[in-house]
Design a protein around this ligand. Structure first.
Ligand code: MRU
Length: 367
């Protein structure tokens, strides 16, 4: 997508073809800073510390991390070590493990001297596949937006989204935001309610920034405002992303998604979830088995922002003695989800719905 009118992705191989460049998302929306990943540990730290984040981008970064690791130690032990280090960075997004396995499978039968190039090639393919998948999510996901406009008899479609499931969460285009970009580019009048998404504020900082860069009208709201807006008839549609979707259509996504789904259900507002197929965990029968990340309570007790002086600053919100819990994701049961938008089309959030689009998964166990 465009930044200051110029096309940009979230991750790419540097010109030297040995290091990888990323946008350091911790500095947005106030500064556009690029960072260079040169080693396995750089890639692991970028994921763990959320310089990159969002399920598909975590997967793509992990794939490039495998390539960086192979430059240092291309032995069998080197592969196992890299999978172990990268696999422990963040627990909820299954794209991480999907990407590690996709690269490991290519490397295992090769002689060590061929592994670095092969890993770079596979990582680049994973990145390109992500872009193509998300473009397809956009093409399919525009249909519920058109339908929402038809239902209200024309005019502006108001869409609520949570967290950042835009191009910054992927290699390009995004998941939940891909249909929004597509609809906007097609000339459909729309406006996006952007949940701020405490505690890390991915909505207020990242989603608002990228929608602004693309010229999509939007309004940032406090997380708790969504229910009120839905009761007032001010939301026509909710679209979110997901970090892991179980085989029955239960979806894990950023903390607070479940509450939005409950409010949408109570107010008859369609609730769609957009996901690339690497986000489906076919090994899990339902969402109960999805590991929920718990992060540093400091993200709750403190808040970071830009001071008028132009410096990043962090201030405490809570009394010094109060304990804080930082649950980073929740699971929305499939029964609250109107439809899953995938690269192959839209399906019911159910085992049959998913298998209808991915019939090759019938009679298969682990992904
Ligand atoms: O903690 P984050 O910022 O990695 O969480 C991201 C989300 O929850 C997104 O909604 C999700 O990855 C799905 S869409 C790309």
């Amino acid at each position: 997508m465009n930044v200051n009118g110029r096309p940009m992705r979230t991750i790419w191989l540097a010109e030297n073809e040995r290091t990888v460049e990323i946008i350091d998302q911790r500095r947005l929306p106030h500064e556009l800073v690029l960072a260079r990943l040169a080693t396995l540990d750089d890639a692991a730290a970028a994921i763990r510390d959320m310089a990159v984040r969002g399920a598909p981008l975590i997967g793509a970064t992990a794939a490039y991390g495998m390539a960086l690791a192979m430059a240092g130690d291309p032995s069998d032990a080197g592969i196992a070590h890299a999978v172990d280090v990268l696999g422990k960075t963040r627990p909820t997004a299954v794209n991480l493990h999907w990407a590690l396995e996709a690269v490991r499978r290519i490397l295992a039968p090769l002689a060590p001297r061929r592994r670095h190039d092969a890993a770079l090639t596979r990582a680049a393919e994973i990145a390109e596949e992500d872009v193509a998948i998300n473009r397809a999510l956009g093409a399919h996901g525009v249909k519920p937006i058109v339908e929402a406009q038809r239902r209200k008899g024309g005019g502006r479609v108001d869409i609520l989204t949570h967290c950042n499931a835009g191009w910054l969460a992927t290699v390009d285009w995004g998941t939940a935001l891909a249909p929004i970009y597509r609809a906007h580019d097609d000339g459909i009048a729309l406006h996006v309610w952007v949940d701020e998404t405490r505690p890390r504020n991915q909505g207020a900082s990242l989603t608002a920034w990228e929608l602004g860069q693309h010229g999509v009208p939007h309004t940032v709201i406090a997380d708790n405002a969504g229910g009120y807006l839905m009761r007032q008839g001010m939301v026509d549609l909710v679209i979110t992303g997901t970090d892991r979707t179980a085989a029955n259509g239960d979806v894990a996504n950023k903390i607070g998604t479940y509450l939005k789904a409950l409010a949408a259900y109570d107010n008859d507002v369609p609730f769609y979830v957009a996901l690339p197929s690497p986000t489906i965990d076919w090994t899990l029968a339902d969402g109960d088995g999805i590991p929920i990340e718990q992060r540093d309570p400091r993200e709750v007790t403190h808040i970071a922002g830009w001071a008028e002086s132009g410096e990043r600053t962090e201030v405490r919100l809570t009394p010094a003695g109060s304990a804080a819990g930082n649950y980073a994701f929740d699971v929305t049961p499939a029964r609250l989800v109107t439809g899953l938008v995938t690269e192959r089309g839209i399906c019911a959030a159910s085992r049959d719905g998913l298998l209808g689009l991915f019939p090759e998964r019938r009679n298969r166990g682990a992904a």
